[in-house]
Design a protein around this ligand. Sequence first.
Ligand code: 13P
Length: 251
Amino acid sequence: MRARLVAGNWKMHGSLVANARLLDALKAGLKQAEGLGYAVCAPFPYLAQVSEALSGSPIAWGAQNVSEHDSGAYTGEVSGPMLREFGCRFAIVGHSERRGLFKESDKTVAAKFSAAQRAGLTPILCAGETLEQRERGETENVVGRQLDAVLDAAGVAALANAVLAYEPVWAIGTGRNATPQQAQDVHAFIRSRVGARDRRLAGNVTILYGGSVKPENARELFAKPDVDGGLIGGASLMAEDFIAICAAARR
Ligand code: 13P
């Protein structure tokens, strides 16, 4: 059976005090579950706090971004080896906010994906279309291109240690989630795109859905055969909601 995962993306939220409260509640509320992993992706400065709080718990942690370089004169950047020193298991790459607001190209995203893997991190590679692209019928073109850029650069075998996430841009932070069927359609497309290169890996790769996942819609989304869990923004900041979403991902 494919591994399932629910990962929180805190984005640029949090404080030492608020994080401590959230992490305590997550530790109390999330118990080891067969075939299901949990993670939180925190802002860089809080990774030490997160690592201290979550060590020995069933909750993994990660970063929301990573440099494509391993070290050097890159002011303001944070490398994969640095993230590993703080116990990160994951690094999100290619989030639509990085692509859109910070102009990260497919090529940069592919370089970050490989940099994360070089450091021993598991990249969570995000892909997704904007509303205009969906309305023009370009969803598969856009998602396929974003995926191919990484598979061409890293090779399909790299997916043995990666997680994919479908995050339609129009569903992020809008309260408007994709319907379970819309999510399933794109997840199945992603799996078949990977399957054209390697069928076995396509069957094994975990594909998360992200975009306005809430306790109220999580179960239905996660019930779809190609949806293996979620990448959760806003609702990951509220312990009760995140715990309920995790419970909805249990088989
Ligand atoms: P929301 O859950 O706030 O819509 O954010 C989704 C997301 O971008 C997770 O990476």
